[in-house]
Design a binder for this molecule. Structure first.
Ligand code: NAD
Length: 377
């Protein structure tokens, strides 16, 4: 047996074609439904470790509103240190009405921006794939959405959410002026474009780059750099689309998309739209990757309207755990086992409220988690 260190995670032992991973996973459940769905995903990861011979050490940390209540800030330094010293981060969601009145910099959502910035998470991958048995849960017609399999790649640390100048200033006439700046450099565009082309190579080899190059200079540069990076990926088909048209095409003919490459704000908006094609926001996972430690979370928020009622769908978070195994530790077989357990559970008719339809079995968060565990075992 050989034993060595991996950059991606802790000790890996390799024995006759089998990998054994020893890794530290930071668990940041956060607020609202985060506290219900994350434990289900952790149970799944524990079963994976047992079944496939890995060792995962789970360490909980405070984040979001729950951290504000405890220590007064949404991202305590201890949590940031924990995240940096871990091999991957599993996150639930942050936010809720309780903290909405706080000053912008102290709001729970600031923790997300802080984690992305400090962990260098510049690429957010959001797959929107339709599980065939859920076609009728979508608000769109079956014939429009059947077979969709889209990967939205969103740039996560640049653009208008971070650009400077920003702020609200008082004007001499007593009114106010709000400013945000959309800004991208060649380097930022190059690295996210590479992520998109590499991802496309493992899929249907098509990248659609989303911009607004007809009116925005930052988009003009975006398009120029994406075209330059594409020269190294001649096997991948590249096309460009304006963001307004992309929003329309997503509901008109979503099957035309394979990989959608987006800047921060366009990706934020379009990935939610893509999510809804698949039936429920409670189904969709995400991976944020970059420098070293990746962060894996459902795409939805803390869902305060359903929190604490055991009705939230845990599948997005469990599927995020699958992405964690695949992207952070290259455990593709284990990730596929989780995917198969989800499909099997849906196949036998288990449904949480958000995806329930007549003739299927309505279950709560924990029952859905247990059914997936059962099918994984
Ligand atoms: P949301 O995603 O929390 O909820 C939108 C709708 O989807 C709600 O009707 C909710 O009940 C439903 N929903 C969400 N997750 C679900 C699940 N797992 N199962 C079933 N239904 C689910 O978005 P929102 O209501 O706009 O925001 C609520 C709070 O979450 C806000 O404070 C917001 O800032 C925060 N938020 C956090 C994140 C994050 O932590 N990454 C992302 C988005 C919003």
């Amino acid at each position: 047996m050989r034993k060595y260190w991996s950059k991606a995670c802790g000790v890996i032992t390799h024995n006759e074609g089998e990998w054994s991973v020893k890794a530290k996973i930071a668990v940041l459940a956060g607020d609202g439904v985060g506290r219900e769905i994350v434990p289900e995903a952790v149970k799944v990861l524990k079963v994976v470790a047992e079944k496939f011979g890995h060792t995962f050490e789970f360490t909980p940390g405070d984040v979001g509103g729950q951290a504000i209540d405890k220590v007064g800030v949404p991202l305590p330094p201890e949590t940031l240190t924990l995240a940096k010293q871990s091999d991957a981060v599993l996150l639930g969601a942050v936010g809720g009405p309780k903290w909405e009145g706080l000053e912008y910099n102290l709001r729970p959502e600031r923790a997300l921006l802080g984690l992305r910035e400090h962990l260098g998470l510049y690429a957010n991958l959001r797959p929107a794939k339709l599980y065939p048995m859920l076609a009728d849960a979508s608000t769109l017609k079956r014939e429009v959405i059947e077979g969709i399999d889209i990967l939205v790649i969103r740039e996560l640390t640049g653009g208008i959410y971070f650009g400077k100048p920003k702020g609200i200033e008082k004007l001499p006439n007593g009114s106010e002026r709000g400013v945000n700046t959309e800004v991208y450099t060649t380097e930022e565009i190059t690295r996210i474009a590479k992520v998109a082309f590499e991802a496309a190579r493992k899929r249907r080899k098509k990248v659609m780059s989303v911009d607004k190059a007809n009116v925005l200079e930052s988009s003009e540069l975006w398009r120029r750099v994406v075209i330059a990076v594409h020269k190294d990926y001649p096997d991948v088909e590249l096309s460009h689309i304006y963001v307004d048209n992309a929003a329309m095409q997503l509901v008109r003919n979503p099957r035309q998309f394979d990989v959608m490459l987006c800047n921060n704000i366009f990706g934020d908006i379009l990935s939610d739209e893509a999510a809804m094609l698949t039936g429920s926001i409670g189904m969709l996972p995400s991976a944020s990757i970059g420098a070293k430690v990746g962060l894996f979370e459902p795409i939805h928020g803390s869902a305060p309207d359903i929190a604490g009622k055991n009705i939230a769908n845990p599948i997005a978070t469990i599927a995020s755990a699958a992405m964690l195994l695949s992207y952070a530790f290259k455990l593709d077989m284990e990730a596929a086992a989780i995917e198969q357990a989800i499909v099997k559970t849906l196949d036998v008719g288990y449904r949480t409220k958000d995806i329930h339809s007549p003739g299927t079995r309505l279950v709560g968060t924990t029952e859905m988690g247990e059914a997936i565990l059962h099918n994984l075992k």
